[in-house]
Write a protein that binds this ligand. Structure first.
Ligand SMILES: C[S@@+](CC[C@H](N)C(=O)[O-])C[C@H]1O[C@@H](n2cnc3c(N)ncnc32)[C@H](O)[C@@H]1O
Length: 458
């Protein structure tokens, strides 16, 4: 039985006006079908194949699942070994692969402006594979925390997570080579994912979304360098929020919409926009949810920021024990703030200072741990970094043990386990630390990441 909120009348009227018969019916019918589940694996952590999964054609790490599993009870989800991501959104992988040859990724700076919960940001991090720099931003406080959690779990060392309004980026003149604006939108492409998008939708709201998207684009535009690329996407079908916004942008700025081509068997629809196109993903044609994506090149001069070495050096030299927590410590600069030590790719050390002046940074690079009175305590999130060089005693847990741990329970030490910090893994992928105090192992899985749901272990 379908007990979803009915599709809004004004939305249906627009679809009838835009699409010929029988396509309008096919599109509307497809919105009543269950959504398609898919995941993208973290190639730095695993090469797991999901049972009975099929590859997503445009993203080599993406897989369609037969049915939606309960991700919460899969320890690999908590380990950052995969990310549940809607398949159409993974098209960003294909675009970046086309636009950014491997050789050009070494010093590329990418901004993901509307980043939470982190689907696109973790995809970009995988594509960069530790090269270049990613600034993943989210303006809404609670959502920024989720972005931070997901990026920490994903484990890339070259990411700065920020919580700033797009207007804060205006000052970062010409800093980014690529800017991804996955804009907040009216969410029509999510209509089959549940009632929320349907009940929020109104014609007034779609108009408000379009205005907000223009403001975001306008604010962030100066931060894109000359010849830089803006990748604009939404999960809506509404032309006002998609092609109309792009037309507005190229009229206002010296910019050019690029032409994207895709194999015909992918069934992606090309929508002409000025001299180029945008790509629309319609759920009656594509195995994925509704999505729109386009690329715009900036053709105007943008004075680049000069990134100078700061006068006051707050970079520290770590002890050899601390440096040894990383696989390649020589590639990193080390920082101290309120006894917390962090590592960040050395070549972006000066840039980090500059970002700190302008943006609200909530995490950067790898948090290593706390140094107090000559005693170093590793950070609870360190095991999730793919640069982590494990030198702790390690225990691989079975699924049930791992879930008890992820719920925050105290574990009993196995015989022969030395006292002190112990790394726990599941399928040999780190899931966190415990501290063995002899009679018990204190749980060091970050409190706000713990599973709160009841799990039936019987
Ligand atoms: C479509 S979602 C982003 C999804 C994300 N890129 C991903 O792939 O997981 C849009 C994001 O924009 C944020 N947002 C809302 N209002 C905003 C504003 N005025 N400026 C910038 N971002 C905003 C929302 O909180 C939301 O997280």
């Amino acid at each position: 039985m379908n007990n979803k909120t009915p599709l809004p009348e004004a939305f249906l009227a627009r679809i009838r006006k835009t699409f010929p018969l029988p396509e309008q019916e096919q599109l509307v019918q497809s919105l009543e079908l269950p959504p398609i589940s898919s995941v993208r694996i973290n190639p730095r952590k695993t090469n797991i194949n999901f049972p009975a999964s099929q590859p997503v054609p445009w993203c080599k790490h993406g897989f369609y699942l037969k049915e939606r599993p309960l991700y919460t009870i899969n320890p690999l989800f908590h380990a950052g070994a995969f990310y549940p991501q809607e398949a159409s959104s993974m098209f960003l992988w294909h675009i970046l692969e086309q636009l950014l040859p491997k050789a050009d990724r070494e010093d590329i700076k990418i901004l993901d402006l509307c980043g939470a919960p982190g689907g696109k940001a973790s995809l970009i991090a995988s594509l960069l594979d530790g090269q270049g720099l990613l600034v993943a931003n989210e303006v809404i406080r609670s959502r920024a925390e989720i972005l931070k959690e997901n990026m920490l779990k994903w484990g890339a060392p070259n990411v700065v997570v920020t919580r700033s309004d797009p207007a804060k980026f205006t000052e970062l003149s010409g800093l980014f080579d690529i800017m991804v604006v996955d804009a907040p939108c009216s969410g029509e492409g999510m209509f089959r994912k549940g009632d929320w998008a349907r009940s929020q939708w109104s014609q007034d709201n779609t108009a408000l979304c379009a205005v907000r998207q223009r403001r975001i684009l306008q604010d962030a535009w100066p931060a894109l360098k000359e010849n830089g690329l803006l990748i604009y996407s939404t999960c809506t079908f509404n032309p006002e929020e998609n092609e109309e916004n792009l037309k507005w942008l190229v009229k206002k700025q010296m910019a050019e919409v690029l032409t994207l081509t895709t194999p015909s068997e992918w069934n992606i629809t090309e929508i002409p926009v000025e001299t180029g196109n945008g790509l629309a993903f319609y759920p009656h044609k594509v195995k994925g949810e509704g999505f729109f994506i386009a690329v715009v090149r900036k053709n105007e001069f943008q004075k680049p920021l000069s990134v100078r070495k700061p006068k006051k050096k707050s970079v520290i030299t770590p002890t050899s024990d601390v440096a040894a927590l990383l696989k390649y410590p020589q590639q990193f600069s080390f920082f101290e703030n309120l006894n917390q030590w962090s590592a960040f790719p050395q070549k972006y050390e000066s840039l980090l200072f500059l970002l700190q002046k302008q943006l609200d940074i909530i995490n950067f690079g790898i948090v290593l741990g706390n140094q107090q009175r000559k005693k170093f305590t590793p950070a609870l999130t360190l095991p999730f970094s793919w640069e982590f060089n494990n030198r702790f005693p390690t225990i691989d847990l079975d699924k049930e043990e791992a879930l008890h741990y992820l719920k925050g329970e105290t574990l009993l030490p196995k015989q022969g386990l030395p006292n002190g910090v112990v790394l726990l893994t599941y399928q040999n992928i780190p899931i966190g630390f415990v501290k063995n105090v002899g009679t018990r192992c204190n749980n060091l899985f970050p409190k706000n990441w713990r599973i709160r749901m009841e799990i039936d272990f019987s």
